[in-house]
Design a protein around this ligand. Structure first.
Ligand code: FAD
Length: 426
């Protein structure tokens, strides 16, 4: 039985693994590298997070996006212009090759509890036993469809997460639902890929982010300090004090995560949207049904009048909700034991659920540690804290066979001095 199994292969899993390697913890990490970014986002998308806030993390100086860009001659700026999705994917893959070479690029299809730990099953049928499991599965299992869009066929309704490009909709009419970044990005990409695209949202306007000015006067910088999740003291505190956030009352935490930093689209998507995508704002969906090869959408418009639209396809840009029940690969008996708050996992200050040894990171941890866990930058705090905890626990474990020898990694950082190998008979 290994000490730790990490399920996931995005910024959080890779940063955690890069922190565990020099600690000598025996762990395995599973998942297709950077898959959510590579296969489930619009092709020509830019990141909303600035360059300096779009790193993966390793101990010491790590291997930052800036280092990758300098090495490969890719244009980089800490704040503007924005980072291309493709650059972030390539960077993540290079980070993995250098710092997490042991990543096993397969899916985990089942996690169940066994005496003393957990059993994981890979897509190939291998059974892996681990004393602890970290679920760093990001957004993959959490696409959210409101009730009015549920229960229809995939031909009629899909979620933005189901697409990497929209070429199959060339020449078709597509309605995108939502007014945030996912919906606007998808509608821009649909239009660029040749679909006749309209967008429908409850909001009365699309609130694009403002472009960061190149120069900010000192007083403005004091009043609105810059943090990895944006400008302002509230954002800065959310980044600097995640454990204080964790100690706040549950209802307050959930409210802050819901309200702080809405899903506003980046300033750079405005040009591709305005004049290209037809918006229907202030609208409320009433009923969506399949009508032959078309989809009938009944809605009330901004004046309260009921209207109907026939479209070839509806794309839901309705975001992601980390409901525990959406983790279908978790054995039902195990899932039932995980305490939740508002249907999302309730975690202690070491990212551990009410099932001892079962940890969760990223979006699934946001209601516990704050809004930064919705972004890649939250991996810094998470990897540091969780790796220290897992390192301590692995060292105490009486059944441990051995600490792993130090993993030598190419470039990036110098691992901590090697610890003595300990051997304990099973
Ligand atoms: C349209 C859009 C734009 C965004 N823009 C930004 C941005 O600009 N900046 C930012 O910081 N964040 C952005 N985000 C949020 C982004 O998703 C997170 O910041 C980031 O991906 C979190 O990293 P993660 O490791 O938690 O998850 P993910 O990146 O989602 O990675 C999870 C990985 O786990 C793998 N996995 C899932 N299930 C299993 C399984 N059962 N077995 C094995 N592997 C599994 C997946 O294949 C995936 O590779 C955006 C999100 C969306 C949808």
């Amino acid at each position: 039985m290994i000490s730790v199994a990490i399920v996931g292969s995005g910024p959080y899993a890779l940063s955690l693994a890069a922190h565990l390697n020099p600690l000598g913890v025996d762990f395995r990490v599973f998942g297709p590298c950077m898959e959510a970014w590579d296969k489930h986002m619009p092709p020509r998308m830019f990141l909303k997070s600035d360059g300096f806030a779009s790193d993966l993390y390793a101990p010491g100086d790590g291997y930052r996006l800036e280092d990758y860009c300098a090495e490969y001659g890719v244009p980089y700026a800490p704040v503007c212009p924005p980072v291309k999705r493709t650059t972030f994917v390539d960077y993540g893959m290079e980070f993995q090759r250098r710092l997490v070479p042991q990543l096993e690029q397969t899916m985990i299809v089942r996690v169940s509890q066994i005496p003393g730990g957990f059993e994981l099953e890979t897509a190939e049928g291998e059974l892996v036993k681990a004393r602890r499991v970290v679920l760093a599965v990001g957004i993959s299992h959490f696409p959210y469809l409101p009730k009015v869009l549920s229960g229809l066929s995939r031909e009629a309704v899909s979620h933005t997460f189901h697409h990497s490009d929209f070429l199959k909709f060339r020449g078709k009419h597509v309605l995108v639902i939502g007014g945030g970044a996912s919906a606007v990005n998808a509608s821009v990409a649909l239009n660029e890929d040749g679909a006749e695209t309209e967008l429908m949202a409850r909001a009365s306007k699309i609130s694009f982010h403002d472009r960061s000015p190149d120069f900010r006067p000192l007083l403005d910088r004091i009043a609105n300090p810059r943090s990895v999740i944006g400008l302002g003291w509230r954002s800065k505190m959310a980044v600097d004090l995640p454990l204080v956030f964790h100690a706040m009352p549950e209802k307050l935490r959930h409210r802050v995560v819901k309200r702080h930093l809405g899903p506003a689209p980046g300033w750079f998507s405005r040009d591709g949207f305005e004049g290209h995508v037809t918006p229907h704002l202030g609208c409320e969906l009433q009923e969506v049904t399949e009508a032959g090869s078309k989809v009938r959408v009944r809605y009330t418009d901004a004046n309260g009048s009921t209207r109907e639209m026939l479209t070839d396809h509806v794309v839901a840009g309705t975001g992601f909700q980390p409901f525990l029940k959406s983790l279908k690969f978790l054995d039902a008996k195990l899932a039932d034991k995980v305490r939740t708050a508002a249907a999302t996992p309730d975690l202690d200050s070491n990212f551990e659920s009410s099932v001892p040894g079962l940890h969760m990171t990223g979006l699934a941890s946001a209601n516990n540690f704050g809004p930064m866990c919705r972004f890649a930058c939250g991996a810094k705090f998470t990897a540091k804290r969780l790796s220290a905890h897992l390192g301590r626990v692995a060292k105490r474990d009486p059944k441990r066979v051995a600490l792993q020898p130090k993993l030598t990694v190419a470039g990036g950082y110098t691992p901590e001095p090697e610890r003595e190998l300990e051997t304990v008979s099973r």
